[in-house]
Design a binder for this molecule. Structure first.
Ligand SMILES: C[S@@+](CC[C@H](N)C(=O)[O-])C[C@H]1O[C@@H](n2cnc3c(N)ncnc32)[C@H](O)[C@@H]1O
Length: 297
């Protein structure tokens, strides 16, 4: 697992980057065709959708996002194409897919640079903000609810399973002793106290893994991904392709097995496609990106 340290770091580094990840590989992989209809399940800032719309004439896109702010940003970004884009505010796991609708599907998982850049969304421990971390602000469960209401064993389990945090028990114990917590920095500082001073100010903030774990649980990210991979393939026309970009090993494992076990998909990428050095230099977020592509039989 080379990438766990990097993956987690990249989540924070991506703050200033708005470049769609693995652009060329996604467009080539989807083999966008004139007049085709594509699903962007995670439209975010609209970067991949724009590339799809530009890749061939008369392309249409259905664009999903569970975050209303992201959808508004994408509407602005794709203004000139708005008559060819349908925007839907939804979790991709809740979307009711019609049979054989799309020529291709892209999902670029996780949070966007917008989320990390906007302190009040509570995703980043670099800014003081309430402990929120909801991508879908219509839901009620926040990171503060989990931190303040779960018991010590549940917290340790969350940090270990979803953050692969080795000091999960020690961190959970301290959190339970010191709670309630209301803000990102209060929590990050309590976690930092659990590691020896020499690591406290290291390259990777000691709270990085716990923040990833909380984000995954608040947004039920892994379950949503499993449901999506189960449901989405039927929405492809025969020969249509699905491309998914993941950013950590827990997600990549679900994509790999989901594609392999799907009765209607043929895997096109034996190994995941990763970013070239030049892209990594331009866009640190791409360093941990893994793209897998499959085709409907
Ligand atoms: C990495 S960003 C996508 C960036 C986009 N590809 C671009 O080029 O601008 C991920 C987006 O997916 C959304 N998202 C994450 N999980 C989702 C889910 N289960 N359903 C719908 N949207 C989701 C997030 O709100 C975020 O806006």
């Amino acid at each position: 697992m080379n990438s766990d340290r990097e993956t987690l770091l990249d989540l924070e580094e991506s703050t200033f980057s708005h470049i769609p990840v693995l652009s060329r590989e996604v467009i080539e992989g989807l083999a966008v065709r004139p007049g085709g209809h594509y699903l962007d399940a995670t439209v975010g800032g609209g970067g991949h959708s724009r590339l799809i719309l530009e890749a061939a004439p008369d392309v249409r896109v259905t664009a999903l996002d569970q975050d209303e702010q992201a959808l508004l940003a994408a509407k602005k970004e794709l203004f000139e194409y708005n008559n060819r884009v349908k925007f839907i505010l939804t979790n991709f796991a809740a979307q009711k897919f019609q049979e054989e609708t799309f020529d291709g599907i892209i999902a670029d998982l996780g949070v966007s640079s917008y989320h990390l850049d906007t302190p009040e969304r509570g995703f980043s421990f670099r800014h003081e903000a309430s402990l929120d971390m909801r991508m879908d602000q219509r839901q009620s469960l926040t990171a503060a609810d989990i931190i303040n209401n779960s018991d010590e064993i549940e917290l340790a389990d969350i940090f270990f399973r979803y953050g692969e945090e080795r000091l999960s028990r020690r961190m959970a114990r301290r959190i339970v002793e010191k709670r309630p917590f209301h803000t990102t920095l209060e929590l990050a500082n309590a976690i930092a106290y659990c590691v020896s001073p020499k690591y406290r100010h290291g390259r990777i903030h000691p709270a990085t893994r716990v923040f990833q774990a909380l984000r995954i649980v608040v947004n039920d990210e892994l379950k949503s991904l499993e449901t999506f991979i189960d449901q989405a393939p039927k929405a492809l026309i025969p020969g249509g392709r699905i491309a998914i970009i993941s950013f950590h090993s827990l997600e990549d494992r679900i994509v790999k097995h989901g594609f392999r076990n799907s009765p209607s998909l043929r895997v096109l990428t034996k190994k995941p496609i990763t970013a070239a050095e030049e892209e990594i230099d331009d866009n640190p977020r791409s360093r941990s990106a893994k793209l897998r592509i499959a085709q409907r039989e």
